[in-house]
Design a protein around this ligand. Structure first.
Ligand code: SF4
Length: 329
């Protein structure tokens, strides 16, 4: 099978296989390991040394032996990698690859809200989803991923209230599974927010035997008719543990189909579409526009130019204590 030719912004066409070969040579020359999130293009995942969700990659990053790490994902993930590996060069292919969820919780607004709660005499711990900036991580008590959230929330003393930031949908789901009441920050992910409940019900009717898998960042109405709720690593483990060929309707970022097909090719995976646009087209909203800023060309250029790089900031030290306590202990 031949891959489509890639055209860069200057119009130059490049063969993806040549790019992959070039990346392979460069990463050895520059002593760099590549970590790729499950939401970046499959061809980047194929050339990566490590692939996974945020929790797995945060842990993998501490095992890397090379002096440099290239993180194909979004900015907050590059920051977390630098925080856990201060002595290493951490490169990311595009500094503009942000995250709508992380941006929905600016650190100054969070600090002001926490102060307001303290002024009211409230005794609370702040629990942040890993999809937050390093500046926010330095303001909180705990960091969770969709893979370890339940376990961490159980570590918050019963006499404390919980302020959960930034994802209201994940927070609501966690309130349900842990039985703990939480003050929810009103943030959400632009990708998981748009799954269409009507389309999902229609697809379920068309494939009555199918199993619905959804990320806990999806709104409650989607989670209510979901069979398997979990982050990307849990989804992967679930399909691997299912032996008989099954149809899975998958409500998360569309690129996730790639690692699922690789892990358990016996199944049929159907991505749940996003909400219809007003003109009636089903949009490609289940692709994260930030993740898709990562391309093979940018990975190659980043290795070649030894940048962009995540620079160490003073507040990373505080964020590191929180990450260590939450993810490594
Ligand atoms: S899919 Fe959503 S939460 Fe994940 S990086 Fe993209 S905007 Fe952020």
């Amino acid at each position: 099978m031949s891959l489509p030719v890639i055209q860069d912004s200057s119009g130059t066409q490049e063969d993806p296989l040549d790019l992959m070969d070039e990346i392979d040579v460069l990463k050895k020359e520059r002593d760099v390991s590549i970590l790729a999130h499950f939401y970046v293009d499959g061809e980047i995942q194929d050339i990566a040394d490590y692939t996974g969700d945020s929790l797995k990659l945060a842990r993998d990053a501490t095992q890397v032996k090379t002096s440099g790490i290239l993180f194909a994902g979004v900015h907050f993930m590059g920051e977390s990698t630098k925080i856990m590996n201060p002595e290493k060069r951490v490169l990311i292919p595009d500094l503009q690859a942000g995250c709508s969820l992380a941006e929905s919780c600016p650190p100054d607004q969070l600090a002001a809200f926490q102060q307001q709660l303290r002024d009211q005499g409230r005794d609370f711990h702040t629990v942040a989803y890993i999809n937050t900036s390093a500046a926010v991580k330095s303001l909180v008590d705990w960091i969770v991923t969709s893979g370890n959230a339940r376990e961490i929330i159980e570590r918050v003393p019963q006499d404390k209230e919980i302020l959960f930031v930034p994802d209201q949908h994940l927070g609501r789901y966690l309130m349900e599974v842990t039985g703990r009441k939480m003050i929810l920050w009103p943030g959400s992910c632009m990708v998981h927010e748009v799954f269409s409940i009507q389309d999902l019900i229609r697809m379920k009717k068309r494939h009555p035997e199918s199993v619905v898998m959804a990320h806990p960042e999806c709104p409650q109405n989607i989670l209510e008719i979901t069979d398997v709720i979990g982050g990307t690593e849990k989804m992967r483990r679930h399909v691997m543990a299912t032996e008989s060929p099954t149809t899975f309707l998958v409500a998360t970022e569309g690129t996730m189909i790639h690692p699922l097909e690789k892990a358990a090719p016996q199944h049929n995976y159907i991505p749940v579409p996003g909400i219809m646009t007003s003109s009636g087209e089903t949009c490609a909203c289940n692709r994260c526009p930030h993740m898709s800023l990562n391309t093979l060309q940018k990975v190659r250029d980043c290795l070649k130019n030894d940048g962009p790089e995540i620079e160490w900031q003073d507040y990373f030290a505080t964020a590191r204590e929180v990450l260590d306590r939450s993810l490594l202990q």
